[in-house]
Design a protein around this ligand. Sequence first.
Ligand SMILES: Nc1nc2c(ncn2[C@@H]2O[C@H](COP(=O)(O)OP(=O)(O)OP(=O)(O)O)[C@@H](O)[C@H]2O)c(=O)[nH]1
Ligand SMILES: [Mg+2]
Length: 484
Amino acid sequence: MNDTIAAISTPIGQGGIGIIRLSGQDVLPIADKIFVSKDGGKPSGYKTYTVHYGWIVKSHQSIPDVSVGAGMSPRHQKKPSAIDHRLSTNVIDEVLLTVMRAPRSYTKEDIVEISCHNGIVVLREILDVVLSAGARLALPGEFTKRAFLNGRIDLSKAEAVLDVINAKTTRGLESGIRQLKGALSQEINKLKAKLLEVLALLEANIDFSEEEITPVQREKIAQSIDVVSGLIQALLHSASHGKILREGIRVVIVGKANVGKSSLLNALLREERAIVSPVAGTTRDAIEEILDLQGIPLKIADTAGIIEPRDFIEKEALKRTQSYFEKANLVLLVFDASRRLTQEDRALIKKASHKSVIAVLNKCDLKIRIEEGQIQRSFSRSVKISTRKQKGLMALEESIFQTVWQGNLEASEEIIITNARHIQALKEARKALQQAKDSLAREASIEFIAEDLKICSNHLAHITGEIIEEDILDKIFGEFCVGK
Ligand SMILES: Nc1nc2c(ncn2[C@@H]2O[C@H](COP(=O)(O)OP(=O)(O)OP(=O)(O)O)[C@@H](O)[C@H]2O)c(=O)[nH]1
Ligand SMILES: [Mg+2]
């Protein structure tokens, strides 16, 4: 924690701007060594939250016979100065340097950010001079870890940073931002405060009475425990949504050949992604795409139609369809509504009975001949569409949304648990509460109940990081990228 860390904070590749970030007590002296400013000032003299134009140089030893680097004003070129000597061939890049002084910075330490041109060589060279000037390469997530250890953010907020970076849809982003703003921390602190009230009730009994808890008090304590329990349960309930936001939902389009599966994929993607043709067996290899459906990331796959395989390729295609079908969280089972159900369709209906299915009756622009009643009896959800006429697609999207996002959770208000560690802690907390309730019912001694409540509170404290083991911290921040 006492050394100064540095890392490239932007992704490696080519781009407009690349950023190298430094944090720690020697940030400003290090910047003094490698930065030559246009304004003649030194980073150690700069005010906080200021940005300065200049150059990063390999070393600050002057080379006498230097001309001024390109990009400087003609007026400056006429009057060589001390700065000019440093701007020799030693210049690595033209940059903007931002100074954020402790404690009002991301890490609560002095921070310098160097915004340079984003090229692999430029960034590496600047990082090299920063390191040789006295900084150490940061570990993954070390900036955010310092923000946590220095008390700027709690652990759930630090973890939210990762959710924000990894968000796959706007809904995922909103959830991450809410947690970053402290929604989860507040909820956890609220729960802990409630637990503390119950503990106070209990301890009043320990202090002032030799008697057992009266039935009235027992009832009151049980009620308070139930309230906390209910809140923890609600948080755990949101975890299924959290998992969806984090990992997405696997959707597979399955059906007989030629029913319009590829047409459906294209319609949902609003792009001619898959080949569509009247020939049965057009799609061979499954085609997988990511679709943002009302903020839910869908991994949607169009598969080869189910037909009696005529050759090796069709056999292989069928195998792949099978594998996608097994892995899917949701199956869109497509039928040609203009034809009566065949043996193959019936076999598919049977096969899909153990999966979550939406029956999709396509080609509804034609005369409908399919046995609708049978479809409705087999599946709780069915939607009539025509990909040719672009009909019924909104209803299908809504049906998909309702199926995967059950419970009408209004994402803008609710806290959504997305993190496996939080789920584990909440489950442990719930277990401890149950034990407290059991002890209460058994009329166990007050100390027992108090102990369980304290255990519950400790599990909650793990979420915000008030209590945390070093190896868990390492694991959490190890998942971050270097430079964050
Ligand atoms: N009338 C009508 N024809 C459609 C509709 N959707 C698709 N088709 C036609 O049905 C034929 C098959 O469409 P595809 O999307 O290739 O069908 P598929 O299920 O992917 O077929 P395979 O890949 O061979 O299994 C094409 O000629 C499409 O133009 C629809 O809504 N109405
Ligand atoms: Mg196809």
